[in-house]
Design a protein around this ligand. Structure first.
Ligand code: PEP
Length: 250
């Protein structure tokens, strides 16, 4: 199974900057990319991504989806709307959504379900805060977050992607060590194996200050199936270098 590398642009970009970044990525695309790659852009740019990326090796996705199917939810974007723009992926439960928008485990699970029902792959983000890690609660927290999604999506669990993102490593420049990340990924893998006979097709990404200097070591861990990249996905040379770090038979 190829590694999966996903860029999360967060609330960055603009029509001109996006076109320049995507153009640079496509011009620099490796001849033999050993990874599946996608970028998750702010909602208003999904049409631009669809226009510029159709027929290229670069897939695209959204950073969120509504927990509601349609109706009086001002400012929200439904999973069906994301499908209109041919999104392959949608992040759900990013720690910035949990933290700044009060998203609970239940809300995240419902979002994952809506996204799956629209034929889009949810990238379910889980991760502990620094206080939770220091209190020895990492395993408990990530298992609780993932359990909620498994419980809600049931037999569709094998269709999700999981991203382990320790909150203390996101945007801080402080990366989990390969051993720390692998240990949590192994816990998540075991949880998925207990939930579905098809756990081997679920990719578990690591996210949190991944960059060209640390990517190769993280990506060669046995249970790290790819990366979710914030800051470094906004710089074409860094993102391409992370893509190139993927082991060919990963
Ligand atoms: C993220 O936003 O999901 C992320 C991992 O950000 P960064 O790579 O900047 O830490």
């Amino acid at each position: 199974m190829n590694k999966l590398i996903v860029g999360n642009w967060k609330m960055n970009g603009g029509l001109a900057d996006n076109a320049a970044l995507l153009g640079a990525l496509l011009r620099g695309w490796p001849d033999r990319a050993a990874a599946d790659v996608a970028v998750c852009a702010p909602m208003p740019y999904l049409a631009q991504l669809q226009q510029l990326l159709q027929g290229t090796p670069l897939a695209w996705g959204a950073q969120d989806a509504s927990a509601h199917p349609h109706g009086a939810y001002t400012g929200e974007t439904s999973a069906a709307m994301l499908r209109d723009f041919a999104c392959r992926y949608a992040l759900v439960g990013h720690s910035e959504r949990r933290r700044y928008h009060g998203e609970s485990d239940d809300t995240v699970a419902t979002k994952a379900q809506r996204v799956l029902a629209a034929g889009i792959t949810p990238i379910v983000c889980v991760g502990e805060t620094l206080a939770e890690r220091e209190a020895g609660r990492t395993e408990l927290v990530v298992k609780r977050q993932l359990a909620s999604v498994i419980h809600t999506v049931g037999h569709c669990t094998s269709e999700i992607v999981v991203a382990y993102e320790p909150v203390w490593a996101i945007g801080t420049g402080q990366t989990a060590t390969p051993a720390q990340a692998q240990a949590v990924h192994a816990v998540l893998r075991a949880q998925l194996q207990a939930a579905t006979a098809h756990a081997d097709r679920i990719r578990i990404l690591y996210g949190g200050s991944m960059n060209p200097a640390n990517a190769a070591e993280l990506l060669c861990q046995p249970d790290i199936d790819g990366g979710l990249i914030g800051g470094a996905s906004l710089k074409s040379d860094e993102f391409l270098s992370i893509i190139a770090s993927c082991p060919v038979h990963g």
